[in-house]
Design a protein around this ligand. Structure first.
Ligand SMILES: *Cc1c(COP(=O)(O)O)cnc(C)c1O
Length: 364
């Protein structure tokens, strides 16, 4: 028997895990830190799940559809793209991982706007893919030329951007796709809240993939479903590296019901967007600097009578809120995010509680 455990793959030894937002235990939290939907999923989802665990529970002994065929059909119907161009993942994080495993690796760089979603860096590190970061400017602009020259094999454009909230027009993304030689992945986790998407580009451009999740707009973060809309030929590549049964039966049942209930999506997204604009206005009237917000979150820089914007000011506001059981998110590691807070849009009542605390802090 060896004296110690064997060493891991050096790539894995050198990397760190993704740091997800805190999931607090216990009751009474106003949880505005991981962009979950404050409203429940569609009643049709609940009904379909009840049927699946009730009269149909004998099916649990059987493996699920390996390629989530019923979900691919529902996605195909929703976006008007053949089911053969749809890949379903265990959350869109699974899809992002498949894209990197299939298209990036040693000598095949992953690119991203900086700041954007930090999971891309973790997934790239695990595959030994170099990482190139193209700066996002404070005004929400970026250089298509810099991306075209980045040398990336796969470039992730988070649209709307997280955590800053900017949205980029499909025409701007199309121009980028025409200049960039690699695979352009438009991560549309928040597109339902933006009223802007790049799905049409998947049909017109052979190098554009759009990824979506049911975690945000469809309120199914706990069941883990996401999907990719792929140009012809790309889906077949992603299926090669996918887990054979990457979505369980319940997740597939829930996803189909959720995707079919367009009314519930419209109602809940409408409420979130209305609350988003009210909260943005209130924060501005408190003197906070508020970014344009296209997702289900607001990025804002806390300011008070006595405090200039800084990392310490943001930390102070964060702790003030946390002491009142209101949890938001800080991103202290980038100059464009270090002085701000990302606040998920909750219910009206949750946002009233948040605004009351924000006002108390601002006057302190
Ligand atoms: C939330 C989020 C995802 C991941 O969604 P899951 O489907 O829950 O894995 C992907 N990209 C961005 C930018 C996100 O904010």
């Amino acid at each position: 028997m060896p004296a110690s455990s064997p060493l891991p793959n050096p790539l894995i030894a050198a990397m760190s895990a993704y740091a997800p937002g805190e999931q607090p235990q216990g009751e009474g939290w106003v949880k505005l830190n991981t962009n979950e939907n404050p409203y429940p999923p569609s009643a049709q989802v609940v009904q379909a799940l009840q049927e699946a665990v009730g009269v149909k529970s004998a099916n649990f002994r059987l493996y699920p559809s390996p390629d989530s065929a019923p979900v691919r059909e529902a996605v195909s119907h929703l976006h008007g793209l053949p089911a053969s161009q749809v890949v379903v993942g265990n959350g869109s994080d699974d899809i992002l991982n498949l894209l990197i495993r299939a298209y990036a690796g040693p000598g095949r760089a992953v690119g991203m706007l900086d700041p954007s979603y930090s999971l891309y860096t973790v997934l790239a590190a695990a595959q030994g893919a170099p990482l190139v970061k193209v700066p996002l400017q404070a005004d929400g602009s970026w250089s298509a030329e810099a991306i075209a020259q980045s040398g990336a094999t796969v470039f992730f454009l988070t649209n709307p951007n997280a955590p800053l909230g900017f949205v980029f027009a499909a025409s701007q993304v199309a121009l980028l796709a025409e200049r960039f030689a690699g695979l352009l992945v438009v991560d549309e986790a928040y597109a339902d809240f933006a009223g802007v998407d790049c799905v049409a580009l998947v049909k017109s451009h052979p190098n554009v993939v759009v990824t979506r999740t049911l975690s945000k707009a469809y309120a199914l973060a706990g069941l883990r479903v996401g999907y990719a809309l792929c140009p012809v030929g790309v889906a077949e590549i992603l299926h090669r590296v996918r887990d054979s049964y990457n979505l369980d039966r319940l997740a597939q049942v829930a996803a189909v019901a959720a995707l079919q209930d367009k009314t519930w999506l419209k109602v809940t997204v409408g409420k979130v967007c209305a609350t988003r604009s009210l909260v943005g206005q209130r924060l501005q009237s408190l003197g906070w600097k508020v970014n344009p917000a296209a997702g289900n979150f607001i990025f804002a820089e806390p300011r008070s009578r006595t405090r200039e914007p800084s990392l310490a000011t943001a930390a102070d506001a964060f702790e003030f809120l946390r002491a009142r059981k209101i949890l938001v998110r800080r991103f202290p590691h980038h100059p464009l995010t270090a002085t701000g807070l990302r606040i998920s849009v909750g219910t009206e009542a949750e946002m009233q509680a948040f605004l009351a605390a924000a006002e108390a802090w601002s006057q302190g």
